[in-house]
Design a protein around this ligand. Structure first.
Ligand SMILES: [Zn+2]
Length: 127
């Protein structure tokens, strides 16, 4: 039997020991993409952002999160129109681009993104 990189005995026919494999699986699960139900077509995000740039009044665009844009929202509760983002896609971007695990990404989203209490702040779809 071969040895794991940590020095322990590797599992039969494998290169890692049970402990290292369990650690790897835990990390893998946390980095696995969160499923979003919001499928976008090619160019659709660019179209939405272009339309949003023509809207008068306050409309906040989140830096570095264009990939999570899913539309423009309006309604009874809104003063004007705002951008709509996919929560799942934001969490995925934070995990993939910034190396956060799932819990860190959700916490960052809650405190630093969703809590943005300014006029024209986006809405976040729970997808
Ligand atoms: Zn090991």
């Amino acid at each position: 039997m071969s040895k794991c990189k940590c020095g322990n005995q590797a599992r039969p026919g494998q290169r890692t020991c049970p402990e290292c494999h369990a650690t790897y699986m835990r990390e893998w699960r946390q980095r696995k993409p969160v499923l979003s139900r919001m499928e976008m077509e090619d160019g659709q995000i660019e179209e939405i952002l272009e339309a949003a740039s023509c809207i008068e009044g306050d409309i906040i665009k989140l830096d570095g999160l264009d990939g999570a844009v899913v539309g423009i929202a309006d309604g009874f509760n809104f003063e004007g129109e705002v951008l709509a983002y996919s929560t799942a896609k934001i969490v995925n971007i934070l995990m993939e681009r910034d190396g956060m695990d799932y819990d860190e990404a959700v916490e960052f989203f809650d405190f630093n993104i969703r809590g943005l209490g300014v006029p024209g702040a986006p809405v976040f779809i729970r997808d």
